[in-house]
Design a protein around this ligand. Structure first.
Ligand SMILES: NC(=O)C1=CN([C@@H]2O[C@H](COP(=O)(O)OP(=O)(O)OC[C@H]3O[C@@H](n4cnc5c(N)ncnc54)[C@H](OP(=O)(O)O)[C@@H]3O)[C@@H](O)[C@H]2O)C=CC1
Ligand SMILES: O=C(O)C1=NCCCC1
Length: 323
């Protein structure tokens, strides 16, 4: 559907179209490259021939008191001539409508003229799981056989899909939710029941797990240090406000902590700020080979979500649809 915009036209890409082309196979490679470009951009000087320019400020947010917030996430990726911004809302108390809603706007980088508007929900859902997969590929200690997912909402579903598709070594996925019936519903879906079990407690879910994903809207820790197997890898995906946390501060302090953006984490992540944990590296630095993947230690990838991930996802959609 083309929309008139002054003398030019731009496309509106529906949720169905995004879903039809945004495969994890394409996305995981693209997100990995995007994370690398983002971290390389800041670590090299303007004189460096290998410099890769990514201009991505930390997300700005406006709050709707007692309800949620609107986040604005712009980025320019010079190497791909991508000028993109996502607008995303998070209203955690929503019932019967999604808690996250997003649109992604893509502009022509040479003129600034709008090029396309994309439904942003699948982009947000899938690129976040793709980022966790990338971190897990680099940081997990060997091939994971047991995955624990804390939370049973939209991100739980995308992480289940992306991890099962990527890690053929997985034998069991355990899911916990603060409302146990929802964990059971999640695990009993036809396409999941062959390898997915619902657990009554977080401890039962994470005991012995190789990889743990926290995808809750909790503002206080749900994952405690004493339950985690030494050497496990944790993807901390929720708790995107400076006063919120999902992970025990003791676990944050004792693990090797990786983030998507150091600057973002130091402004937005309660898990990092409240625990005063040291941030060892950006995951993009590991991708670039400039920081070590401490696979033998307990590792946390604290994900907050970045516009660079949305932009590379939007590029896949536009390329695949020939727009
Ligand atoms: N890092 C990133 O890039 C991104 C992070 N996120 C974050 O990931 C998290 C999950 O997002 P999403 O799956 O889309 O959200 P959903 O609303 O779909 O799911 C939220 C989950 O958290 C559970 N939950 C709600 N309140 C609590 C609580 N107090 N304690 C424990 N669990 C709770 C919900 O259970 P129930 O429904 O049964 O109440 C549900 O299982 C959120 O924090 C979100 O902001 C999201 C997008 C990107
Ligand atoms: O990156 C995103 O998109 C989001 N991150 C944190 C929660 C809101 C959406």
């Amino acid at each position: 559907m083309a929309m008139e915009h002054r003398s030019s036209t731009f496309e509106f890409v529906t949720a169905e179209k995004v879903l039809s082309v945004l495969s994890y196979k394409l996305l995981i490679d693209a997100v990995e490259r995007g994370l690398g470009l983002f971290s390389k951009s800041k670590s090299s000087s303007g004189q460096d021939a290998n410099r890769s320019s990514v201009d991505q400020p930390v997300r700005t947010t406006v709050a709707v008191p007692n309800k949620g917030f609107l986040g604005c996430m712009p980025v320019y990726i010079e190497a791909d001539e991508l000028l993109v911004t996502k607008l995303v809302t998070f209203f955690p108390k929503n019932e019967n409508v999604p808690t996250h809603n997003a649109v992604v706007a893509v502009f022509h980088a040479n003129t600034g003229v709008p090029r396309a508007f994309l439904d942003g929900d699948t982009i947000t859902t899938r690129r976040t799981a793709a980022a966790s997969v990338v971190a897990t590929k680099h940081l997990a200690n060997g091939k994971p056989t047991v995955l624990a997912i804390l939370g049973s909402g939209t991100q739980a579903a995308s992480h289940y899909e992306a991890f099962c598709e990527t890690f053929s070594s997985l034998k069991q996925v355990r899911v916990w939710n603060h409302k146990p019936e929802r964990a059971k519903e999640f695990a009993n879906k036809d396409e999941r029941r062959h390898n997915c079990v619902a657990c009554e407690s977080v401890e039962d879910a994470v005991r012995g797990a190789d990889v743990i994903v926290t995808v809750t809207s909790s503002s206080s820790p749900v994952l405690m240090a004493q339950w985690v197997k030494p050497g496990a890898h944790i993807n901390g995906v929720g708790a995107c406000r400076p006063e919120w946390a999902e992970i025990d501060p003791n676990l944050m302090r004792s693990a090797v902590v990786y983030v998507d953006s150091r600057e973002g984490a130091l402004q937005e992540s309660g898990d990092v700020l409240l625990s005063k944990a040291e941030v060892y590296a950006e995951i993009g630095e590991v991708v670039n080979g400039t920081k070590t993947a401490h696979t033998d230690k307990t590792t946390v990838f604290k994900s907050l979500g970045m516009a660079v991930e949305d932009a590379v996802a939007a590029k896949i959609v536009l390329d695949e649809l020939g727009l």
